[in-house]
Write a protein that binds this ligand. Structure first.
Ligand code: C5P
Length: 215
């Protein structure tokens, strides 16, 4: 017997990397696999929620019963989230969103020139999707993620306060990308809790239970 901890709740998630084009065949991306976000989407659905998943480029199959919107860039992810967030109770931002995009991506493939000078890429910041949602007057319960390569205990709590979210989940060790297991710290007002190393699907169930207790 599995209790339906999120029965009647609407959950919106982001997952995976984003892809920021340089030209039609090249781009900037990162090593996020999407596994943690997809696992949470599946666990939320199993807990009885109506789940919408906005996914960056990943080859993962859509979890059963989850409604999925595929995007490439951070701006597209931002626009999809804002179009969907209105009636949601919970927003979980798991995606590894590119911090910067290329200004004026080329419509044609960039060519090597005889002179050999490499193209100069100019970058501009992407919108912060989580901070934008957390600042909405009618905001859902917001959960963020952090992958830090050092000093997680301090950076995690700082990030939670900067993004102004009640719950921020830290990946312990930045080697999480692509793996099937993980170890997490929950940062919140009342302090920090560790979820011991387990598969991402098991941790996703524990996280969904933790979120259900807090809403
Ligand atoms: O600032 P940083 O990227 O480390 O914050 C990570 C958290 O913020 C994650 O929950 C991520 O999904 C979210 N985020 C976002 N939009 C961005 C950057 C990060 O939603 N542009």
């Amino acid at each position: 017997f599995q209790p339906k901890l999120l029965a009647g709740k609407r959950v919106l998630l982001t997952a995976g990397p984003t892809f920021e084009p340089i030209d039609p065949v090249r781009g900037i991306t990162n090593l996020s696999s999407g596994k943690m976000g997809f696992a949470i989407a599946r666990a939320a659905r199993e807990a009885g929620a109506q789940v919408t998943l906005v996914a960056g480029p990943t080859a993962l199959p859509t979890p059963y019963g989850v409604s999925r919107i595929d995007v490439q860039t951070a701006q597209q992810m931002h626009d999809a989230v804002l179009a969907q967030v209105g009636d949601k109770d919970i927003f979980v931002a798991v995606a590894a969103v590119a911090d910067w995009r290329v200004v004026g991506a080329s419509e044609q493939k960039l060519k090597k020139t005889a002179a050999g000078a490499p193209p100069q890429l100019q970058l501009e910041p992407n919108p912060d999707i989580l901070a934008t949602v957390a600042a909405l007057p009618n905001r859902p319960y917001c959960v963020g993620f952090a992958a830090e390569s050092e000093n997680l205990a301090q950076y995690g709590e700082e990030k939670r306060q900067r993004k102004n979210v009640p719950l921020l989940i830290g990946n312990i060790g930045h080697q999480t990308f692509g793996r099937d297991d993980n170890e997490l710290i929950l940062f919140e007002d009342s302090g920090q809790t560790t979820l011991a190393r387990a598969t991402k699907q098991e941790l996703a169930r524990q996280l969904v239970a933790a979120i259900a207790r807090r809403i």
